[in-house]
Write a protein that binds this ligand. Structure first.
Ligand SMILES: Nc1ncnc2c1ncn2[C@@H]1O[C@H](COP(=O)(O)OP(=O)(O)O)[C@@H](O)[C@H]1O
Ligand SMILES: [Mg+2]
Length: 331
């Protein structure tokens, strides 16, 4: 595969990417979406990119995949420069994108054969993958009739064809049903020794299973932190959220009596919990309460955790949450 010996799998130095944001054809105005980004990914690192909407996560991934050119700075993959040696980079890097433009009028079978031929690879492993993930019944269907979940499996099958050692995965697992998602996470996890993952995903479980580093982006286009996943998740132990719509409970003591961190969000009250048992306990207390119209619980997303990490959220009684100063929290 011609991988050179290089300490870094990915190295990004002083990267800048600008897009036109307003102005006119003659006098375009540009905005730097990525503005001086530096980080590196070593062998054994698996990175989840997190940041607010529009902070440049997808843009960064597209640069790593050679879809956008950097305006300044350098990006190397296995020591190959992304602008001058893109072919070498793409020999062992696959980008799994929800926006991937499929050849819609081809059947799945024809499409796999097409990509395999184009890359000089054996299509059989892709057919095996399709079969393993329960999409074999679609082999002779056109892609335009596929469900989002089936498309996601197809995207992975095609991305895996070139036997990549780097996979960039942009929010592709969201469309999978629970069973397929679990199976895919197991499949990808089992290949961590051979493949470096760079992922964007909202799901804490996915981030936890596929990555060991979190790259936090700041609004304004630079890196806030490249930290250890375990350390960041441990610093914010909360995993669940109970959202309550009260009838009219303005009395803070009422909520304090639940003995669980909570905050007001508009007319809602939100508790955060570390365990499902805590969620059940709050649920039981709320169930027959006349002052409560409704409540629901859900898992915290990686964004929630990101915000907790960045912003000194006003959760009452939540000592021990990962705190960071407002200066650092400029997002
Ligand atoms: N091709 C493009 N042309 C102009 N603006 C773009 C383009 N791609 C992305 N942007 C802008 O860059 C910003 C970051 O986008 P994106 O990287 O998709 O963010 P994220 O994935 O973090 O939500 C957004 O404001 C978006 O509108
Ligand atoms: Mg995005």
């Amino acid at each position: 595969m011609g991988v050179t010996k290089c300490e870094y799998v990915i190295e990004v130095k002083d990267l800048v990417k600008r897009f036109q944001a307003g102005g006119s054809f003659w006098r375009p105005k540009y905005e730097a979406i990525i503005n001086g980004m530096t980080f590196s990914v070593r062998k054994g690192d698996h990175v989840a990119i997190i940041g607010a909407n529009g902070s440049g996560k997808t843009t960064l991934m597209k640069i790593l995949a050679g879809i956008y050119l950097p305006d300044a700075g350098t990006v190397t993959v296995h020591g190959f420069d992304i602008t001058r040696q893109l072919g070498r980079v793409l020999d062992h890097l696959s980008f799994v994108s929800p926006a991937l433009n499929f050849l819609k009028k081809l059947t799945l079978r024809a499409k796999i054969n097409f990509y395999a031929k184009a890359q000089g690879k054996d299509p059989e492993p892709a057919f095996k993958f399709i079969d393993e993930f329960g999409v074999a019944n679609m082999l002779d269907e056109m892609l335009e009739v596929f469900s989002e979940g089936q498309k996601a499996i197809t995207r992975f099958a095609i991305a895996l064809l070139k036997q990549p050692d780097i996979m960039l995965i942009d929010e592709v697992t969201a469309n999978l049903d629970v069973l397929r998602k679990e199976k895919l996470l197991a499949y990808l996890s089992a290949r961590k020794d051979r493949i470096t993952y760079v992922i964007i995903d909202h799901d804490v479980t996915t981030v936890d299973r596929l990555s060991n580093k979190i790259l936090m982006l700041k609004r304004g286009g630079s890196v806030l932190k490249l930290g250890d996943v375990g350390e960041i998740l441990k610093s914010i132990p909360y995993r669940y959220n109970v959202d309550v719509i009260p009838r009219n409970v303005k009395d803070k003591q009422f909520w304090d009596d639940f003995d669980q961190p909570w905050r007001e969000v508009g007319s809602h009250v939100q508790f955060i919990c570390q365990t499902k048992e805590e969620v059940s306990r709050i649920g039981a207390l709320l169930l027959d309460n006349k002052d409560v119209i409704s409540f629901s619980s859900s898992g915290l997303s990686i964004e929630d955790i990101y915000y907790f990490y960045l912003i000194n959220e006003d959760f009452r009684g939540s000592e021990g949450m990962g705190r960071i100063s407002y200066d650092d929290a400029m997002i």
